[in-house]
Design a binder for this molecule. Structure first.
Ligand code: NAD
Length: 277
């Protein structure tokens, strides 16, 4: 087994590191330090969003790192109030400028915001951004089956990913199966349950952790990787960043994976996609 982060090939041929680092709720003033720490640990895939208010700090850390752009994978997202055509173009330009980049690897519609009914129009704007080469890949986030099926019926480009709340206690089988059937990879946000549900205390997680000499968080991240999910756990703390990255030297058995999958029980711990507009 190698200790290199595995990559997945997306439906447009680009590759994505399966393990990255997310910066939701990372304070703008702390972002450069935190992303610099994450890069020093070995993360090369960073997941941010315009609404997080920290793209500038991410960009500063990337620039200061001296890491070749080709080794980095950077995602950002279009916020709900910028959905539309010209507003999406403008929002994208602002994100790129804050990140100090001339392209992002992945640009996402952050939420479908169905009450506003602009996600089809916004996706057509993302298709144009994609054509310009300034977003290598485009995808969606928080889309449920009705949103995805409408998108596929009414537009040309199939999203490369759908980034959704997903952890062992909330696995979203319906949207996950639909996405995989259409070649859409799953990015799992809140992969550790955002600390809102005591996943680490579940017996099957604790037993697997003990068996492999790993922590419960490492077992859950490993479960995601073996399930084929793309994950970017977040921590402000360098030793936890390192812990979350140190998941490439062990493998859960089939029965351990199945036991963790059987934890499906609580439903989402965060907002319902139809309610974020
Ligand atoms: P997460 O599941 O990664 O949980 C983060 C929490 O877990 C933090 O409180 C942290 O202190 C704790 N934690 C991290 N590592 C730990 C460890 N080893 N041991 C114990 N506790 C640990 O939740 P998240 O940050 O919400 O999700 C990850 C990323 O997903 C975000 O940073 C963001 O990039 C993305 N995200 C996207 C959306 C969306 O709508 N698209 C929503 C939320 C998050």
């Amino acid at each position: 087994m190698t200790n290199t982060v595995p990559t997945l090939t997306l439906n447009d041929g680009h590759t994505i590191p399966q393990l990255g680092f997310g910066v939701f709720k990372v304070e703008p003033t702390e972002t450069t330090r935190i992303v610099t720490d994450a890069l020093s640990v070995g993360y090369r895939h960073i997941d941010t969003a315009a609404i997080y208010g920290n793209e500038q700090g991410v960009g500063d850390a990337l620039a200061a790192s001296g890491i070749d752009r080709s080794e980095l994978f950077v995602t950002t997202k279009l916020w709900n109030d910028r959905q539309g055509t010209q507003s999406a173009f403008d929002a994208f330009d602002e994100s790129l400028e804050k990140l100090g980049l001339d392209y992002v690897d992945l640009y996402l519609i952050h939420w479908p915001a169905p009450a506003n009914d602009r996600y089809i129009e916004s996706w057509k704007a993302l298709e144009q951004i994609h054509d310009s080469g300034r977003a290598r890949s485009i995808g969606v986030s928080n889309f449920l089956v009705p949103h995805l099926s409408r998108l596929l019926a009414e537009t040309d480009v199939v999203p490369v990913v759908n980034q959704i709340e997903l952890h062992p206690a909330h696995q979203q089988p319906e949207v996950t199966e639909y996405a995989r059937r259409h070649g859409i990879a799953i990015e799992a946000w809140g992969p550790l349950g955002q600390g809102k549900y005591p996943l680490f205390d579940e017996t099957v997680v604790a037993v697997a952790a003990e068996a492999h000499g790993k922590s419960p968080a490492q077992v859950i991240i490993r479960w995601h990787l073996q399930m084929g999910n793309i994950v970017f756990p977040k921590s402000n703390n360098r030793s936890r960043m390192a812990e979350n990255f140190d998941v490439l030297d062990f493998e859960l058995s089939k029965s351990e994976v199945a036991a963790i999958s059987a934890l499906e029980r609580v439903g989402r711990v965060s907002a319902h996609p139809n309610e974020v507009n």
